[in-house]
Design a protein around this ligand. Structure first.
Ligand code: NAP
Length: 359
């Protein structure tokens, strides 16, 4: 496989740090450039991010001496050095759209973790195991942008990465109604227990904007390409409640679902066990071998035990049983900064490379 030079915009932040570590030893991607705000620009990556390194694994040596570029003024310089960029910045949505557009117009593809472009109709929002065909809309986006090679592709919010994968292969039974409560880790807010000690021994029943994303974004993932854009699906109806819990990493979801034609429990277990997506068919480097893992033990999945399954890229499911008000209930778990953020974006970039969009 061809080697790709990769940049990370927002590389000093929590998601950015994950991108930087995921580039270490990646078989196709080589970390070449990092950009962040003016506060970090001009420093080595070690100077800019060393004191606020938030991961358990150490900073890769290959990143330490990279001079951080200014995402405000150096984008053209960055575009000239790389084949594509990952983007995970903490800026307002208008600024993010302007930044991502500018980079795409420099003919540099952008794989984004930000929410700003998730509902731009000709920008695909992709989970490679769910809607890989949506990348076809990129040809129409390039016409709008006037680019030959530059485009933007995004990944969806971390909250839904646990339950949408479990529900997806069950849609053939007429998935009708979904109720979900998520129990979300503090790293989803870019925090650790050191930087957010108020979360110790505490639960906060509100995460700004998260419930809307959890209800709306699955419908774009399940949408259809039509007339050069993605038209969102009309069903299922989803209601969500999102809660912050004192966990470092790993978003859990408690799910209730009803169907037009109710499957048996064995049918559901069989479908989960055998489900493979495009990422598995293409054998992408970051793809979990078994996308959906079902645990038969009543006390699994557990956040600490199971969030790192298959490099934090697999989805864990458990406690499937009939419900008195919905057809079934079950729980799901995924790693929010791996599958839910940087890892999911790396997998999307691998899909785009394998399908020829990065050449
Ligand atoms: N954490 C998660 O699990 C998660 C999951 C899904 C999506 N996200 C999304 O990913 C994005 C990044 O999240 P995060 O948790 O990594 O945030 P973070 O730790 O606060 O990092 C923010 C990054 O943005 C850069 N930045 C801030 N203002 C900037 C500016 N004006 N110009 C250029 N760069 C600027 C920062 O650079 P400096 O270091 O120089 O300030 C830093 O690199 C957010 O949009 C977030 O919603 C996060």
């Amino acid at each position: 496989m061809k080697q790709y030079k990769v940049g990370v915009i927002g590389g000093t932040g929590m998601v950015g740090q994950r991108f930087v570590t995921l580039m270490e030893n990646h078989p196709w991607f080589q970390l070449t450039a990092i950009a962040a705000s003016g506060r970090s620009a001009g420093k080595t990556y070690e100077e800019a991010a060393g004191k606020r390194w938030q991961l358990d694994i150490p900073m890769p040596d290959e990143a330490k001496n990279i001079i951080v570029l200014n995402a405000g003024t150096d984008l053209k310089k960055m575009a000239d050095q790389v084949d594509f960029v990952f983007c995970a910045v903490d800026m307002d949505k208008e600024q993010v759209r302007a930044l991502e557009d500018e980079m795409a117009k420099y003919e540099c593809p952008v794989v984004s973790n930000n929410s700003a472009n998730r509902f731009t109709p000709d920008i695909p929002m992709v989970v490679p195991e769910i809607n890989p065909e949506h990348i076809g809309v990129i040809e129409f986006q390039k016409k709008r942008l006037g680019t030959k090679r530059g485009f933007i592709a995004v990944k969806s919010n971390c909250s839904l990465q646990s339950y949408v994968p479990a529900l997806h292969p069950l849609r053939s039974f007429g998935l009708d109604k979904v109720l979900v409560s998520t129990y979300q880790a503090i790293s989803g807010a870019g925090k650790t227990f050191q930087t957010w000690p108020e979360m110790l021994d505490n639960v906060i029943p509100y995460i700004g904007g998260e419930e809307e994303k959890s209800e709306k974004e699955p419908l774009k993932l399940w949408g259809k390409m039509d007339g050069g854009q993605i038209v969102t699906a009309q069903s299922p109806s989803i209601t969500a409640q999102c809660i912050r819990v004192p966990v470092a990493n790993g978003h859990m979801a408690s799910v209730f679902a009803s169907f037009e034609k109710t499957p048996s429990k064995d049918e559901i277990l069989d479908i989960w066990q055998n489900y493979k997506g495009r990422a598995q068919e293409l054998n992408l480097p970051s793809a979990p071998k078994q996308f959906l893992h079902y645990f038969t033990e009543d006390n699994r999945p557990q956040t600490r035990l199971d969030r790192d399954l298959e490099g934090g890229m697999a989805i864990s499911i458990g406690r499937l049983r009939p419900d008195t008000q919905y057809d079934y209930k079950f729980v799901c778990l995924s790693h929010n900064t791996l599958r839910g953020a940087a890892g999911g974006a790396v997998l999307l970039a691998e899909l785009l490379c394998a399908e020829g969009y990065m050449d």
